[in-house]
Design a protein around this ligand. Structure first.
Ligand code: ADP
Ligand code: ZN
Length: 701
């Protein structure tokens, strides 16, 4: 047994190392810096804890989350390892005492928040015999990471202050660029880099176009039922949605808990506990849930709304199936969520990066190729085979051998020395005579015009697929230029074949210019949104109000998602008040219906409910008849049926008081002749008479 193995057995009771641990521990113990990328649950903590135990002195562990620190310290102390945490939630006296203990060599590990570390730096330099510095959640140092924390950038001084102490950066999530950022920002010196596999083949992947609220609930319920002995997580976009989901599931009789940042610490703890103990079958959570949760029998994760980036998505689905048994990840995708996410991005202060990340997430959701390959190539993991365990693999779109096509694109990329983005590559392949192309002499390249036979949209689609399949990568740090990956190089050299899915042209209007960048090519949903916005603009101008006064962006997005075909359905759109329904309903409906290839106006007279909605919205029967282009008598027939159902509250708007009294009186005194007398001599229309009678029926029943 090596000393490291002895330590492992002694303090943790484990008999062997997991992949990577041994090498990392050896390297760090011998004084080398390290960059460790391992999925959550991969066993990162041991990689610094064991060197800390083996080296003289005390290890400093920088961690951004107090709860996580406390958990770790608790676990270490339980194994008899002297460890402590210093942070703002603890009284100053204790913090001081702990620092003193550390300086006296009584602690092997000291966990500390980055803020605190910077404050205590001088103190620590003087007093502590530091064995190593471990930086957990190291991706927080990178602007490009999905969870940038400004305070982390201050950690760059550590290497200067402690030049002889090995520094380890650890993270569970970092794409290539973030990794490079981490190493550079921390000034790591020739770090030993370990990139663990992120593949979680036991988690099946599925993305479903949002089937609507009811159906979504049904699907979630079926997952709970299917795994009724285990549990699952539903991730929602906002606190409100989390609570709504929790209530809906509870109402259906499931044991659910709710978890989000708005709860009191006590409530959050209780929820987490109920979940971990298995008292709750499902937790409805915002992203705040799951940090540090070590529950192995989570069988499924549902994303009720699309996450903002691949990193979050992958971490969240990664909470399922930690025991290696089959688990399911399902995401509902709808366009409205993308819009909401975009508005978050706009407010995030890191617009460009976050937009780019969201674009990637959206492309994942809309992808036609193996989803696991997309995820793994995002984290620069090479994979050549489709996974067979995602929706796209199970019901594949039609494929073709795309090797030659991919070779053309790759060689165009190589011939411009990886110095161009998608658009220019497509232009070269298609022999564009654009000035820039000629100026740069690209028309002299061998590949110029090699892809003339395909349209720009086809090329855009295929190049995107190549990125998703990991043949090309986008150098975000370098003007979004394309460059081949090692896998791409194999394809160029003819060592690897590649399949692409056949491009299917979306049904666009003729106007869409093929010259646009792919992200500016409007999808059918985006086109509809555009039309709705134009209508909104027109109405707003007419009424001299701001656009959002007519409908908010969120309402328009909801219309795009649900594409209501009639007034009933339109009334369910978020932000459609009764007044707006009556005022704008028909107009917006006709845009939506035309978009769907239906006649502009909904079938006339089919809907009694529509009449009720309009009546409730304050329209008179005459106005409704005019709007619906039916007779007044028909409208009354509709309304009378609502009287019979007891759903019409405002009867008085149907007749005048005088009419009511006259009709009522005659029916009480001369029921046999009442109808003919009223209609004849008195000239009261039949539908008014029927309405009064209905009202009287309703009263007496
Ligand atoms: P990470 O920090 O990468 O998310 P942890 O370090 O918390 O993961 O490890 C996850 C779990 O795996 C912990 O319960 C840990 O004790 C356990 N573990 C780590 N290394 C080993 C090992 N070599 N053998 C068995 N269990 C291990
Ligand atoms: Zn697959």
């Amino acid at each position: 047994m090596t000393p490291a193995e002895e330590t492992l057995k002694k303090y943790y009771g484990y008999s062997s190392f997991r992949p990577g641990q041994k090498e990392i521990i050896e390297q760090v113990s011998s004084g080398r810096d390290a960059l460790v990328l391992m999925p959550t649950g991969g066993g990162k903590s041991l990689c610094y804890q064991i060197p800390a135990l083996m080296l003289p002195g005390c290890a400093i562990v920088v961690s951004p989350l107090i709860a996580l620190m406390n958990d770790q310290v608790e676990a270490l102390c339980a194994n008899g390892i002297p460890a402590a945490a210093i942070h703002s939630n603890r009284d100053e006296y204790t913090n001081r005492e702990l620092l003193y203990d550390a300086s006296q060599g009584r602690l092997k590990l000291l966990y500390i928040s980055p803020e605190r570390l910077m404050l205590e730096l001088d103190h620590i330099v003087e007093r502590l015999p530091i064995s190593l510095i471990a930086i957990d959640e190291a991706h927080c140092i990178s602007q490009w990471g999905h969870d940038f924390r400004p305070v982390y950038t201050q950690l760059s001084v550590l290497k200067q202050r402690f030049p002889n102490v090995p520094v380890m950066a650890l993270t569970a999530t970092a794409d290539r660029l973030t990794r490079e950022d981490i190493a550079r920002a921390l000034g790591l010196n020739n770090p030993f880099t370990y990139i663990g596999s992120f593949d979680r083949p036991n988690i099946s992947l599925r993305v479903m176009n949002d089937p609507g609220k009811k159906q979504r609930l049904r699907i979630i319920a079926s997952l709970i039922d299917k795994y009724h002995l285990d549990s699952g997580i539903v991730y929602c976009l906002s606190r409100k949605k989390t609570e709504a989901m929790h209530e809906a599931l509870t109402e259906m009789g499931y044991k659910s808990v709710c978890y989000h940042a708005g709860l009191l610490p006590r409530e959050r703890e209780a929820a987490q506990k109920a979940f971990v103990n298995g008292e709750a079958q499902v937790v409805c959570a915002t992203i705040a849930f799951g940090m540090g949760i070590d529950k192995s029998n989570i069988r499924w994760v549902v994303h009720n709304n699309i996450p903002g980036n691949i990193e979050s998505y992958y971490q969240e689905i990664g909470r399922a199936g930690r025991d290696g048994l089959p688990a399911e990840a399902l995401m509902f995708y709808n366009f409205a969520d993308i819009i909401t996410r975009r508005s978050f991005v706009d407010e995030s202060g890191r617009r460009e990066i976050n937009n780019e990340k969201l674009d990637f997430m959206q492309r994942y959701a809309e992808a036609t190729v193996c989803r696991r390959r997309i995820l793994l190539s995002y984290f620069s993991e090479e994979c050549i085979d489709d996974c067979g365990n995602c929706d796209n693999c199970r019901t594949p779109r039609q494929r073709f051998d795309g090797t030659i096509l991919a070779q053309k694109a790759l060689s165009a990329v190589i011939r411009v020395n990886n110095n161009e983005g998608i658009q220019t590559i497509v232009d070269i392949l298609r022999a564009s005579a654009r000035k820039e192309i000629l100026d740069k002499g690209y028309h002299m390249l061998r590949t110029y015009g090699a892809g003339r036979d395909l349209t720009p949209s086809e090329w855009n689609s295929y190049i995107l697929q190549m990125i998703q399949l990991g043949l090309l990568e986008v150098a975000y740090e370098d003007n979004f230029h394309l460059r081949p990956t090692p896998l791409g190089m194999k394809v160029v050299k003819g060592l690897q074949k590649i399949e692409l899915t056949i491009y299917e042209a979306p049904v666009y209007g003729k106007k869409t210019s093929a010259r646009q960048e792919p992200k500016h090519v409007l999808s059918p949903d985006e086109q509809l949104l555009e039309q709705l916005k134009q209508l909104r603009k027109k109405l707003a101008t007419e009424e001299k109000v701001a656009d959002y006064v007519v409908f908010s962006d969120a309402s328009l997005a909801d219309m795009v998602t649900h594409q209501p075909e009639d007034i009933d359905a339109f009334a369910d759109i978020s932000g459609v008040s009764k007044v707006k329904l009556a005022k704008y309903g028909k107009k917006f409906l006709s845009v939506i219906r035309k978009h769907k290839g239906l006649k502009a106006s909904p079938p006339i007279g089919t809907s009694q409910k529509e009449t009720l909605i309009l009546f409730d919205a304050g329209m008179s029967p005459e106005e409704i008849a005019l709007l619906k282009k039916v007779s007044l008598s028909t409208i009354y027939t509709h309304l009378i049926s609502w009287i019979d159902e007891g759903k019409l509250t405002d009867f008085r708007r149907l007749t005048t008081l005088e009419q009511y009294q006259t009709v009522s009186h005659l029916f009480d005194t001369d029921p046999d002749n009442a109808f003919s007398r009223l209609e004849g001599a008195m000239g009261i229309p039949g539908y008014i008479i029927r309405a009064v009678l209905a009202e009287k029926r309703a009263r007496t029943s």
